[in-house]
Design a protein. Sequence first.
Lengths: 778, 158
Amino acid sequence: MANEFSVLGKSHIRKDAIEKVKGEAKYISDIKLPGMLYAKFLRSPYAHARILSIDTSKAEALLGVKCVLTYKNVPKVHPLRKFEFLLDETVHYPGQEVAALAAISPEIAEEALDLIDVEYEVLPSIFDPDEAIKPGATLARPEYGSPLYRGTELVQIPRLEKDGWLRLEVGDIEKGFSEADEIIEANFDWSPIQYNCSPQPRGVICEWMGEKLICYADTQLPLFVWQDLSNCLGIPQSNIRVIASYSVGGYGGKMPEKTAILTAILAKRTGRPVKAVFSRAEDFIGTHHRISYKNFHKVGVKKDGTLVAGYHRIIGHWGNDTCVQFICQATGLLGCTMLYEWQNSKAETCGVLTNIIGYGPMNGFGDPEVIYSLERIMDMVAEKIGMDPVSFRIKNCMKYGDRAMEYEQVLYGPIRWGIVGDDLNSFPELIKKCAELAQWKEKWKGWRVPVSVNGSKRRGIGIALGMHHTSFWPSSAIVKMNQDGTANVLSMAIEMGQGYATAISQVVAETLGLRYEDVNPVLSDTWATPPSRGNVASSGTSSPINSARLAAEDVRRRLFELAAPRLNTTPDNLEARDRHIWVKGSDRKISIASLCLANWQITGWANNPPYESIKDERTGKVIHAYAAAVTIAEVEVDTETGALELIRITSGHDCGRAINPIIVENQIDLGVVMANGWVRTEKYVIDEKTGVILNPNLIDYKLITFLDMPRSEDFQRFFLERPCAWGPFGAKGMSETAMTAAGPAIANAIYNAIGVRIFDGFLSPDKILSAVERMAKV
Amino acid sequence: MEKIVLKVNGINYEVSVSSTQTLADVLREELGLTGTKIMCNEGECGACTVLLDGKPILSCMTLAIEAEGKDILTIEGLADPLTGRLHPIQEAFVELSGMQCGVCTPGMILTAKAFLEQNPNPTEDDVREALSGNLCRCGNYRRIVECVLEASKKMEEE
């Protein structure tokens, strides 16, 4: 398939590869400006407290300290529309900022924090979401008056009902359940909280030039940072230059929240550039993490495996607040409504407020947390009717024509179902191929029959499906031609490791008939690059790269207009390839460089069309872009120790079109490895009495290592290419789907090994051992 | 503060350091060699690895004064200084996309260099074991193993 293209479908060397292997890539922590000061933040030790007094005089008197901020001397604004003020008189979680200061060195800044005297009145707090939701429980935010989030003046969610629940219904579930041959239901305990753990903790540098603010931000959402700085500081966006050209893997979570605003104020008041880079511990406690869900599923099924009704209740543990109010859960509602085609379904969700750290976006964003339990109950359903889990999924997985929607419709309405495109017909094929590679037929010996038993070691195999949206959003791009016939593409999106800079260059080069090396991107400088939402929701390929393709087509049109008279033909008779414009079917050509040298203003731009305009030719319905994944895991459980080893994992994907195959594989690996950490090793330990995170370091919070993953021959990944109606050349975002399928595949494999289902989220040895104890009783 | 001489990538630098300053801090803040990355700052992740007399050490856990009189190699000194040619390990990482966000990359490459000098014909298991102290949050482990094995072939051919 790749042969029809000259640049696309080839694993070109990453645009950022050479600087990264030479140590020349400059991240925020590597940048030093002349006269730069260093910011540090004083954080609350209490989960809920009112500041009775705060005395900064000793800190201010320390030589080298230039400015101290508290709630008394900063604007009363709500960064990212959250509950809390920039600095607040009342704190609602341990780690919330109480003061910010800037000094000439990080050491002096640190010393000054100890000189700030704060007297707190400690208030009642609550950390357990199961307790918080009970009537009469302590409220995390008494002034808000509800344990469930119901919106604020700043955050209006039209479809959120008055009781604090967001709902999505299809058909009539009562009728559906009445027609079922079997009804299976189960509660799944809280899915694990996970720390994004960017390799570089969050950082920002702010510098003023007169009334103009320059902000170097390590973020995947420069647009949000830009708008938030403007809103909170009360200055126009045209005066704010956010540069986010070298960000570090954020896995969803890279937004500076209030840090950029506080740093900008410190810089303004001191007249010097100020840099704020979190320590690893601060990054653990002072930002946000993956949401935790507690899910109940009830499924009605016919004996032949037809799904007649599904009910899904998703309780989200918000902690103190979030910056993505209900967006995660709207995604989750769609996940459980769409992954399987239900005749009747109802999904509902709410958000419980407590006094722990808040949640934010993280890889998979609302889908892994729901699919983790959904795929376990689907296994229970298949077992109940005695169907092989692979066949059950082939029969019921989403396919072309099944209902689909954007998460924004779930939040804001109107509810108008479109469909998934014919690219999703790849799903059954994906499952079959995955089963073949994983040797499913040889290994699956039936329900609760392990693959093998060797003393205390039992092997099991399990499968799970996954999905995620690949958002098609408003987005714009500019392609400008240079005098030598090379091009730069301007895009307000970022390279954080996912390969954006490479992929956008390949798409533009392919469109213009240039070589890959002729195109370089200019990324995320709000003074130069046209707006797009940034790199979240697997939107990079479908949205900003698609607008770059359209901008390149605009340039190509201009090149054809300029070339046509010189080649004695009309523009529609021309094509671009090999750095030339050719008369189709002839050897007459003119070089793109010569056209550019003679014409100094060849620039193209484009906006994406609205998603509603992309319709299925056969049905006339709006097409929504989703990506699918399937994972088969083989595990070994030691029934004496509870140790879990991942023996083999196979991860299959549908990516529309692989712009750069090696990068696609790397992104699959990322999701598979991160999902392993999520369910197997990465445990946030939160003190039950204080809400304080007890392991904010990489010694006690265990990331997956080389040795936790199987060898190459047992770690297989693959993708199918079925062009999607949305993205450039049929490509679509696929980076988050791996995360959604791997966790439940491991859980289902454990079940196959020991014959006991674990309803906990974290699959630690102690949980496995307690399940093993139940083995004898089964 | 005391003055010491550090030999980094073949060049002697006279620097004033405090007795508690780490080598990572001096390399990054005093010498501007920011290719040495700090990820955990407590000796757990391997991102800050540099070579001291050819041996990989964690520069965030090493005092600068301990490194006096030793040959320090950082990622900036790995390519051929005369021709600019990348080291074969760097080449393999470039050709096979051994990195994603790139923060763990310098530490990975230097750990691999010290390892391949000890064990020029490693198996996959050897590589996994040797690099197991280096964390990659982007989960690029499988690809990194492929890069190191490819580099070992390149180095043998040369």
